[in-house]
Design a protein around this ligand. Structure first.
Ligand code: ADP
Ligand code: MG
Length: 258
């Protein structure tokens, strides 16, 4: 079987190492051209940090990867499945892609354990006992098993964000997307969330993180991408990116945040 049929995507040759492929992706919100010719290949196990000014299209880009936003032209292929209008493709990709948001988006009326067990129960159709067992395993992994029976509102922001990460992991995703996961947190809680993300990176998870935590980018990312005005302006290994930025826009951005 050649690679094209293997991936069911005629016209696109993608190696088995590739987890996410975006080719010539454009998106508009009405008249507003928010993503301009995005070309991005993410290999399995890569850890990508995306940074850039507010409004540059970072959230839109990663939201297109699990179809929370729809691109209008170009191709997005996730783990060999192309994102088209086909609901089966969308559902398959969403089962493989976990996402963590700035606002933790937990269900306030469900306990921590119930929040985490929800998707295994309803999407994976697991028996409740198994779903709760998995939920507890991941709550242990993010180091808050003792909070399992509390409600989100009884937890600190850092704890809630760790629950949100555990909840995503319960679906056993192949890719984790993070959209400014520490931006809504008080400073003293940022580290506990970054530590969980670091551990996840070390476990080999393919990750794309929109973040302005440049310390995290330096230690965890294998590639840093800078976006401005809906475009990828430059991307490089962290050391090159921070020590030797190429574009004036990157230099200006770094001078403002570092
Ligand atoms: P970033 O995450 O880099 O701050 P976003 O992807 O959220 O950028 O937004 C990029 C641009 O698109 C911004 O100018 C924003 O106002 C606009 N935008 C975002 N979402 C929508 C939407 N649903 N409808 C119209 N414009 C939007
Ligand atoms: Mg954003």
């Amino acid at each position: 079987m050649n690679q094209e049929t293997a991936h069911g995507t005629p016209g696109m040759m993608i190696s088995d190492e590739v987890m996410i492929e975006m080719r010539q992706v454009h998106k508009w919100y009405g008249q507003f051209h928010v993503l301009k010719d995005i070309n991005l290949t993410v290999n399995k196990g890569e850890r990508i940090v995306i940074c850039g000014p507010s409004g540059s299209g970072k959230s839109t880009l990663i939201r297109c990867i699990n179809r929370l936003e729809e691109h209008q032209t170009g191709q997005i292929v996730v783990d060999g499945v192309e994102l088209t209008g086909d609901i089966k493709h969308i559902e398959k990709i969403r089962r493989e892609v976990g996402m963590v948001f700035q606002q933790f988006n937990l269900f306030p009326h469900l306990t921590v354990l119930e929040n985490c067990a929800l998707a295994p129960l309803w999407v994976r159709k697991m028996p409740r006992r198994d779903a709760e067992h998995i939920a507890m395993q991941y709550l242990e992994r993010v180091k808050i098993p003792e909070q399992a029976l509390k409600y989100p509102g009884q937890l600190s922001g850092g704890q809630q964000q760790r629950v949100a990460i555990a909840r995503s992991l319960c679906m056993n995703p192949k890719i984790m997307l993070f959209d400014e996961p520490t931006s809504a947190l008080d400073p003293e809680m940022i580290k506990e969330v970054l530590d969980v993300m670091i551990e996840l990176a070390e476990s080999g998870m393919t990750m794309i993180c929109v973040t302005h935590e440049m310390g995290f980018a330096k230690t965890v990312a294998n590639r840093v991408i800078f976006m401005d005005g809906g475009e990828i302006i430059e991307q490089n290994a962290p050391e090159e990116f921070f020590n030797n930025p190429q574009s004036d826009r990157t230099k200006l951005f770094l001078s403002q945040i570092l």
